[in-house]
Design a binder for this molecule. Sequence first.
Ligand SMILES: *Cc1c(COP(=O)(O)O)cnc(C)c1O
Length: 236
Amino acid sequence: MMVKPCADDTLSGRLARIKGRIQAAATAAARDPATIQLLAVSKKKSAADIRAACQAGVNCIGENYVAEATAKMSELADLSICWHFIGAVQSNKTATLATHFDWIQSLDRFKIARRLSEQRPLHLAPLNLCVQINLDRERQKAGVNPEDAFALCRQIATLPRLRLRGLMAIPKLSPDRQVQHRSFSALSELQLELADKLQLPDFDTLSAGTSADFETAIACGSTLIRVGTALFGPRS
Ligand SMILES: *Cc1c(COP(=O)(O)O)cnc(C)c1O
C-alpha cells in the first residue's frame, strides 16, 4: 500500500497546494485557471522569503507599508517582480508609490489619484490602479462605498498617467461560505456594472479573496487573489 506523504511544509510545497486549490476552484466554476492571478502578500516577511517565493515561481508581490516595501525592493533589485501596493495610502507617500510600484490596489480618493498621476515618472508605463470598495461599510476600513464608486472611477479615468484596472475589496472575514459568497457576488456585480458604464479597455480586474476565502472569491469571479499566510506562513 502506498503511504500518503505528509503535506510538504516548505514554501514550494505550500505554493503547489495553493495552485492546486486555484485550479480546483476555477474548474468548479467553469473558469480557466490562467485567468486568476496569484499575488503573494509579503508584509512582515523578509526579502529572503520573497526571493524564495520568486525562485518557486511567484512574480507578483503585494506589500502594505511603504518603507518596508522599498527596503525590500532595493534588496531584490536583481529580480523582475511586479509590485502591488495594497495598504493604506497616505498623501505624503504618493511620490514613492508612483515611482516604485506597478499597481496601487487601495485607492479610494480622487486627490490621491491625481497626485499619483502627476508623480508617475514619464519613463515608466502608466500606473495600474484598482479602486478599493468598502463593501460592508465598515467605519474603520478604507474604501469608497459602492454607490460612490462610479463617480470616482469616472474622474480617475481622465488622469493621463494611470490605468484604471478594476476593483479591490477586503470584505468582513466570515467562516460562513454563504456570507462570503454574498459579499464577493456584490463586488463582482458592481465590477460588471462599472465595466459596462465606463467602457474602459483595461477595466478587467477584480481583486478579491485572501488565504481564508479565495476559493469563494474565485467562484464569484475574482481575477486576482491576495494570499499571505497560506504561502508564507503566519505573521508574527
Ligand atoms: C494581509 C493582506 C492580505 C493577505 O491576507 P492572508 O490572510 O495572510 O492571506 C490580503 N489583502 C490585504 C489587503 C492584506 O492586507
